[in-house]
Write a protein that binds this ligand. Structure first.
Ligand code: ST9
Ligand code: ZN
Ligand code: ZN
Length: 341
């Protein structure tokens, strides 16, 4: 018998439906209507950044041209040297020491790494580490600053050209940064960033070649300053883009971060990204102890020998082996990741 229901929404009343079923159906609808609509995310392009990054990359191309035509050899060697130092300020400094706390450092090493980090101009250690802790905790969701599921370009540089996703700002509030704020060196860097960074990243690298080996202003500004800065930025960004897209996954096949040897070489050992996302507390960011594909580990080991780096955290072979067997993609043995050099 068809139920006698009034005010039933048209289109939902069928011959064999009960009153309860229809009420349930209406209730669900009401509940749905009561829920506030999720805040729509709109891509908000920051044109200032688009223009600045465009100018920066154009300047870097000009620097590359000058490096092969008019710059002195010493100027190019100096540019390479600064790339490595600023790279270490990111890898050994803000990444392995501060974002992950994978080892401890004396104040002398922390001061040196803060200087190298300021040379890299990737914003203050505290701000970088905040985004990076969120990246690991909410990897490849809307709360991840460089969410790689939004494409290669977004993960590489696009995320620096738009306003951050509301989810990131919301979830990021829960990240504890008290350990970083309590370090006076880092607090100083953040407070005076806009004074110290231009001096360390742009002025000093331009003045040194002019003063010490008579380089022209143009060569000194475009090669060891603009080209070196842009190159180091792109090598860093490759970890977020290429190493989240290409490579094998011997430790966890269910995640996108992968082992990428090309990125490892240019990012001073930070391309072993499948391992790193599975065991982020390992100071080597890799299972391999091979220094040629992990210059940053050689750097930290050197400072550990002289006592400036200590409490280096690693992962036991047994834990790695079990994880490889449980979640790996089966390439661990083929590539010999676990072989000691
Ligand atoms: C750069 C960084 O290039 C590169 C990082 C790469 C990371 C790589 C990681 C891979 C592993 C390591 C490998 C290393 C390999 C190295 C190899 C070396 C050879 N949580 O940001 P704002 C809130 S930098 C919680 O302005 P907008 C907060 O309230 C390049 N809350 O957001 C904040 O206020 P405050 C140079 C958060 O307005 C407020 O939002 N720098 C979080 O949406 C506003 O924050 C540039 O070009 C969070 N995580 O703007 C600057 N984040 O800070 C580029 C934000 O006061 N950035 N909040 O607490 C910008 O212009 C802007 O950030 C924006 C977004 C336009 C992108
Ligand atoms: Zn990652
Ligand atoms: Zn990390």
């Amino acid at each position: 018998m068809a139920p006698n229901v009034t005010n039933a929404p048209t289109g939902v009343l069928f011959e064999n439906e009960t009153v309860e079923e229809i009420k349930k159906c209406m209730l669900i609808k009401e509940e749905e209507e009561e829920k506030p609509a999720p805040k729509q995310y709109k891509l908000d392009i920051v044109w200032r950044n688009v223009i600045l990054f465009f100018l920066l990359h154009t300047g870097a191309l000009y620097g590359l041209y000058l490096a092969f035509t008019s710059a002195k050899l010493l100027t190019s060697i100096f540019a390479y040297f600064l790339y490595v130092l600023s790279g270490l300020g990111i890898t050994a400094g803000v990444h392995r020491l501060w974002a992950h706390r994978s080892y401890k450092a004396t104040w002398q090493l922390r001061l040196l790494l803060t200087l190298f980090n300021t040379l890299a101009f990737q914003d203050s250690v505290i701000d970088w580490a905040r985004d990076h802790r969120v990246h690991h905790k909410y990897s490849e969701t809307d709360a991840d600053p460089h969410n790689a599921t939004r494409g290669f370009f977004f993960a590489h540089v696009g995320w620096l050209l738009v306003r951050k996703h509301p989810q990131l700002k919301e979830k990021g509030k829960g990240i504890d940064l008290s350990d970083l704020y309590s370090d006076p060196i880092l607090a100083f860097q953040k407070k005076y960033y806009l004074l110290v960074m231009p001096l360390v990243c742009f002025v000093i690298p331009t003045v040194i070649p002019m003063y010490f080996w008579g380089e022209t202003f143009g060569n000194a500004f475009f090669v060891p300053t603009i080209l070196r800065y842009t190159f180091t930025l792109n090598m860093t960004w490759l970890v977020n883009s290429a190493a989240h897209f290409f490579g094998n996954k011997p430790y966890d096949k269910s995640i996108n971060p992968a082992q990428n040897i090309g990125v490892a070489i240019f990012a001073l050992g930070e391309g072993w990204h499948n391992y790193h996302h599975v065991f982020p507390w390992d100071y080597k960011t890799s299972e391999l102890g091979n220094y040629s594909f992990n210059f940053t580990t050689a750097f930290i080991d050197f400072f550990s020998r002289i006592g400036w780096a200590y409490d280096l955290k690693t992962v036991s072979e047994d834990v790695i082996k079990k994880r490889v067997q449980r979640t790996g993609d089966g390439t661990h043995e083929i590539w010999g990741w676990g072989d000691k050099d």
